[in-house]
Design a protein around this ligand. Structure first.
Ligand SMILES: [Zn+2]
Length: 393
């Protein structure tokens, strides 16, 4: 028989049939070899060694039958001294597995069979000992379990944030792939253990590949990310920093509203009530003429709000700095300014920003943003799924 045709029929990438060793009505034994261009991958370290060639060995494995005949492949395996540990290893072949004397495609076939019938019956059908079936099946199950564990999607650029859902402060930790703008994982809770679960799920190698992580400044996310994503640049992203700033402004407004009510200062109540709050949170440039008038009036009659608005405005200058160094100076001077403002929400913010300064400035190295707005629709879908009781996939 033509060996080329047989090679094509066998269809194993990079391997050719070099000899028909024997053929009966029941069995065919083929000798196969890798093409010369196929380099040997060391089973010890996974690399290719140019030196230390020791010769070859042969293994015999069963492959899927051809016609009525059972197929046995005699495979040439190359042996090398591994330059990493000096021990000798045979080459690693993708379509073989340690400890089972069948090809991977044969093992898959066995696995499919045992899914629908007993090991004994599968063994009878294939002409194999049920002990052998058991070993193959176990191997495949182990492999599938491993796949399942690593099937949590990893990404190079991540954004982590918490969303509250339902009422009464129940939180969900979301991991977002910022390149694909997709929520790729979530779990109830917002402690570091929750995020640890994600990092452990994708495994050490994938953790090492993470290049940047945008966070909302939460301590537990920082500690978890520092521990696992050892090569990642942690960025307290602009979106969340500004959110914190707006929260401080809003707290000042609430304090003033409370005071106005106590003093029955109706003009101030009217100006600081909840309906007006978005004007304080908006970017000054985006205000209408009427809104600007309102803001000016409010600032005239209420000093704390005026100061809060000034602090917010001057903070935005940090983000218009051209580089990290000038941003650092700008941020430091803002912190000392805010510290002296005698506005509690801003003083508290100075502690937070001092502590997280490095992460805030990292934004100048990597201008990643939180996917909150972009990923919003996905997130809602995800939450809906969870609400219906689907497990995250
Ligand atoms: Zn090696």
């Amino acid at each position: 028989m033509d060996l080329n045709t047989l090679t094509k029929l066998l269809n194993i990438a990079d391997y050719k049939v070099v000899e028909i060793i024997s053929m009966t009505d029941e069995e065919i034994h083929l000798r196969i070899e890798p093409y010369k261009k196929k380099e040997a991958v060391c089973s010890g370290c996974g690399e290719i060694h140019k030196e230390g060639y020791l010769g070859e060995t042969e293994v015999v494995v069963e492959d899927l039958p051809m016609g009525e005949r059972r197929v046995y492949l005699h495979i040439k395996k190359r042996r090398y001294i591994c330059s990493k540990d000096g021990k000798s290893y045979v080459e690693k072949i993708d379509w073989l597995r340690k400890g089972i004397r069948v090809t991977y495609r044969f093992a898959r076939h066995v696995n499919r069979l045992t899914a629908i019938t007993t090991n004994q019956e599968a063994g009878w059908y294939l002409g194999l000992d049920d002990e052998v079936i058991y070993r193959i099946d176990k191997k495949m199950l182990e492999e599938q379990a491993k796949e399942k564990l690593t099937s949590i999607p990893s990404a190079i650029h991540l954004s982590i944030d918490e969303v509250s859902y339902l009422k009464y402060h129940r939180y969900l930790t979301n991991v977002i792939d910022t390149d694909r703008k997709l929520v790729i994982w979530n779990e109830k809770g917002r402690k570091s253990e929750v995020l640890n679960k994600y990092y452990e799920g994708i495994g050490e190698e994938n953790c090492k590949k993470i290049d940047s992580v945008a966070i909302d400044g939460a301590k537990h996310y920082i500690s978890s990310t520092n521990k696992y994503a050892v090569n990642a640049l942690i960025v307290f992203d602009k979106f969340h920093v500004i959110q914190k700033l707006n929260q401080a402004v809003d707290r000042v407004r609430k304090d003033e509203l409370g005071r106005a009510r106590k003093e029955e200062n109706y003009e101030l109540i009217e100006l600081t009530n909840c309906k007006q709050r978005f004007i304080l949170l908006k970017n000054k440039k985006n205000l209408s003429e009427k809104q600007q008038e309102y803001l000016e009036k409010l600032c005239q009659i209420n000093e704390p709000i005026y100061k809060a608005m000034l602090l917010k405005e001057s903070f935005l200058e940090v983000y218009s700095c051209k580089d990290e160094k000038s941003a650092e100076e700008c941020l430091k001077s803002w912190i000392s300014q805010a510290f002296k403002s005698s506005l509690t929400p801003f003083i508290e913010l100075t502690y937070k920003f001092t502590e997280k300064m490095r992460y805030i400035l990292n934004w100048f190295r990597k201008k990643i943003s939180s996917a909150i707005s972009e990923g919003f629709n996905n997130k809602i879908k995800r939450l809906k799924r969870m609400a219906y009781g689907y497990k995250s996939d």
